[in-house]
Design a binder for this molecule. Structure first.
Ligand SMILES: NC(=O)c1ccc[n+]([C@@H]2O[C@H](COP(=O)([O-])OP(=O)(O)OC[C@H]3O[C@@H](n4cnc5c(N)ncnc54)[C@H](OP(=O)(O)O)[C@@H]3O)[C@@H](O)[C@H]2O)c1
Length: 291
């Protein structure tokens, strides 16, 4: 049995689907049965409950040879960092209670710095917690770059590509398909031991101006230009979109840490450089949504 957290979300849903297609027994965790129905129809067991409850998680992790673990990006919680710690601690307790031996954790670039990197600081604290689990628990943390799917939120919210990043700052961007593909291979092969991490950085680095140009061309709006927002203006736009004060502050801080050079540490090589280009993502995913 392989158990998937965040199973109604992007990475979790794709990972669960691929494992089921490979003939694996899969259990999927979420807060409501409806959003897991498509996986139930493919043969998954479903476990509906709250990820901050140790008893629920212990039961959901039982008989699992491996768990795909993530800290949910809850939009509304009043103290996002405290929420990440509460869920992270419950997950670690449940891993021990249920005797799980293999964990693939969805982590992020920037976790090496738990002081400046906003939303990522909580993932860094969770990596530290997971790395302190007993020796018999193997943990592989996937330190992913920012997701290409974040561009969907930007287009919906601002009608363009807008963040507080300086236009010339280069960042990697990864499609969640590529993260799920990597996770699926590790979960099928269980070829990791001890405590380790793998950077996944997307196909190349892009300046913010380049990102806007590629996206604009693909969605038939070549005139769109990258917009750099002041930190406070950006945070206020997130608040208006219904994101809690605490999470909006941390999201904005993450961008500031990139501008200030605290963020990227990942090393490019043939494993960390993944397949999907922004041109392909924009053509296949963004164009049908925004053209
Ligand atoms: N976005 C980025 O650029 C980026 C980069 C690196 C790492 N990450 C990390 O990637 C992870 C997100 O992956 P994703 O984008 O695949 O997820 P996603 O699509 O946002 O899905 C998140 C899942 O979390 C669940 N969830 C939300 N709030 C919850 C709560 N309060 N309690 C329990 N479950 C809750 C949702 O399930 P239900 O609502 O069905 O319960 C949903 O299945 C996060 O840990 C994020 O920090 C993101």
């Amino acid at each position: 049995m392989i158990t998937i957290t965040g199973a109604s979300g992007k990475i979790g849903s794709k990972t669960a689907t691929a494992l089921l297609k490979n003939g694996k027994s899969v259990r999927v965790i979420g807060r409501n049965a409806q959003s897991l129905q498509h996986l139930k129809e493919l043969g998954a067991q479903i476990a509906v409950g709250n990820m901050s409850e140790v008893d629920f998680l212990t039961k959901a992790f039982s008989n699992s040879e491996a768990v795909l673990l993530m800290l949910p990006p809850d939009k509304e919680t009043s103290d996002f960092g405290a929420f990440q710690d509460q869920v992270g601690e419950a997950q670690c307790e449940a891993i021990i209670n249920a005797g799980v031996k293999n964990i693939v954790f969805i982590s992020s670039q920037g976790v090496h710095d738990v002081l400046h990197t906003g939303t990522v600081k909580g993932l860094g604290r969770q990596e530290l917690r997971l790395n302190q689990l007993p020796d018999e628990v193997n943990v592989l943390s996937i330190r992913a770059e920012g997701f290409m799917e974040n561009l969907i939120d930007s287009l919906k919210l601002f009608n363009t590509i807008a963040t507080p990043l300086r236009p010339e700052v280069k960042t990697g961007l990864i499609a969640t398909d590529d993260i799920a593909d990597f996770a699926v291979q590790r979960l099928l092969k269980l070829d990791f031991t001890g405590k380790s991490y793998q950077d996944l950085l997307g196909d190349r680095d892009y300046s913010q101006t380049e990102i806007a140009a590629i996206v604009g061309a693909a969605i038939g709006k070549p005139q769109i230009e990258y917009v750099q927002y002041a930190y406070e203006t950006y945070k206020n736009a997130l608040l208006k979109a219904g994101i809690s004060e605490s999470r909006a502050t941390l999201i904005t801080e993450r961008y500031k840490s990139i501008n200030d050079g605290y963020f990227n540490e990942g090393v490019r090589n043939n494993i960390s450089t993944t397949q999907t280009s922004l041109e392909d993502f924009a053509q296949n995913i963004l164009s049908p949504m925004f053209r």
